[in-house]
Design a protein around this ligand. Sequence first.
Ligand code: FES
Length: 318
Amino acid sequence: MDTQIGRMALEVSAKEEVADGVVALTLAHPASARLPDWTPGAHIDLFLPVGVTRQYSLCGDRWDPYTYRVAVLRERDGRGGSTYVHDTLSPGDRVDAGGPRNHFPLAPSEKYLFIGGGIGITPLLPMVHAAEVLGTDWQLLYGGRTRASMAFAEELAGTHGKRVHVVPQDERGLLDLPAWLGTPIPDTKIYCCGPAPLLAAVEAACAAWPPNTLRTERFTAGEQAAPVRETSFEVELRRSGRSVTVTPDDTVLEAVRRAGAEVVTSCEQGTCGTCLTPVLEGTPDHRDAILTGHERAVGDCMFLCVSRSCGDRLVLDL
Ligand code: FES
């Protein structure tokens, strides 16, 4: 997994409304320096002065080394991050950014089916571009509440014609997933980003597809099953030589901080990837929304903010 983390002050060089309730920000280095490279599916953290950190998918041109572009949906029930971006952040302002990091990388494939719901279109934009550049067969299924709320729908349909299927719910209803996913298509990978109900519906509709066909990115952690282990367990911090008990009421993050470990975090919900930590011994109970099935099975890393232990003991590289 790509775990590149850095923190830099960026300047807002442009801000434009790209749909009802969605603004796109163009961010650049204040001294016009090159920005760290990224790949389709990557996101950056924005450390907003209202005290919240938010992750936004990079949706601009990955071959432009001087600017990042993100699109921000106004979230009425959020903690003020999107309200600040919409109402206060202006061209010329500076904002701290972290990353970029990519937990949703585009794997090589003969064909792609991209499925985006609402603002979930953003990580798919550079993927569509990459698939086009590679000459790969691809299609995009894009659903949203109304046409006016669907950022980039017009330019996608205008540029790519029949490969793009725009489905505003008020005109055409929900995405017809049984029609699209009812029969597995050989040599195809599916990339889906959007609200939790869409991801759940796509996961269910892909049950008969080969393993590892579907990759999803969610912005909030999904419904969680009960932890594998309901009792306390020990965590050894191998590098610092300390051990700590994680009770059923603790997160591993809280426990290791109590033991003096410094761990950088952002979302603390298992969705951003900031707290990724190598596991040296033991079997993690993965409870994040990031790792693939294969990465979970390997078990050599975990997200301390949400994941726990299947056994009596974990040894972490801390
Ligand atoms: Fe975001 Fe742990 S802090 S995954």
